[in-house]
Design a protein around this ligand. Structure first.
Ligand code: SF4
Ligand code: SF4
Length: 239
């Protein structure tokens, strides 16, 4: 990570370095960070949004998720919709707070910390920053935290674990060299990682079992299905 290119309010921080911060319902800026966002969703975020809403993943996409394929990116991106109310509020924010709090996306949990995971072979190196944005009054609170204790309190372990697994695809050597994907490969990437119900529905009907044996637990365990989807996409793209 090149620290020289960071804006002034973004400060690199070590995992054990203390900072003063607490977010709670009584802060004057409560939910101010839930608007005007470009909230990028990871596959594990979508899994948790499905769990929170009880919607089929295809329905979740049509109601709450925006897909974008930028010309300079190999993979499509997925964003959480914001309400068109002049304030671009998140679709899940309410006056009393986040209506899907226990399943909120990883980016919401991590803020005001930022985490970058850089993969080198089997090893993932973590880099952290603290975003000291002016509107965020949580820094005026006297609770001392470290990145490590903050991540634990926000229950980020499964989010980080699945995101690190995803880097085996998004930071693969062939991807770094600009390997193009065929329309069918992009379709499978979206299906297996971001549309789990449709992927599960199709598992019996496709040729996946010629590439990988389908473990029986994927039919009842979403995390196992996503893990299988990640292995499938790795095999499909790189073997
Ligand atoms: S999902 Fe919840 S925490 Fe995240 S931006 Fe929306 S309302 Fe805020
Ligand atoms: S702006 Fe900061 S303190 Fe305010 S609600 Fe968001 S995270 Fe909490």
């Amino acid at each position: 990570m090149n620290h020289d290119q960071l804006p002034d309010h973004v400060n690199p921080i070590g995992p054990g370095e203390p900072f003063s911060f607490l977010c709670h319902r009584k802060v004057s800026c409560f939910t101010h960070c839930c608007r005007e966002l470009e909230l990028v969703l990871t596959p594990y975020d979508v899994l948790r949004l499905r769990r929170a809403t009880g919607l089929h993943s295809a329905e979740l996409h049509s109601r709450y998720i925006i897909e974008e394929q930028s010309p300079d990116s190999i993979f499509p991106s997925f964003y959480l919709s914001m309400v068109d109310d002049g304030k671009a509020r998140c679709v899940f924010v309410r006056p009393e707070g986040c209506s899907i709090y226990s399943d909120r996306p990883g980016a919401c949990r991590t803020y005001p910390v930022g985490r970058a995971a850089i993969r080198s072979g089997e090893h993932v190196q973590e880099h952290f920053v603290l975003l000291r944005e002016l509107h965020c009054r949580g820094f005026e609170e006297n609770t001392i935290q470290t990145v490590k204790s903050f991540m634990k309190s926000q229950e980020l372990e499964p989010y980080n674990r699945f995101n690190d697994m995803l880097t085996e695809i998004t930071q693969h050597e062939k991807v770094r060299q600009g390997m193009p994907l065929s329309p069918e490969q992009i379709k499978q990437y979206k299906l297996a990682l971001f549309d789990l119900d449709s992927f599960r529905d199709q598992l019996d009907k496709t040729t996946i079992d010629q590439l990988l044996e389908v473990p029986i637990r994927v039919f009842e365990d979403d995390e196992a299905l996503l893990e299988f989807g990640l292995s499938y996409i790795k095999k499909l793209l790189f073997d």
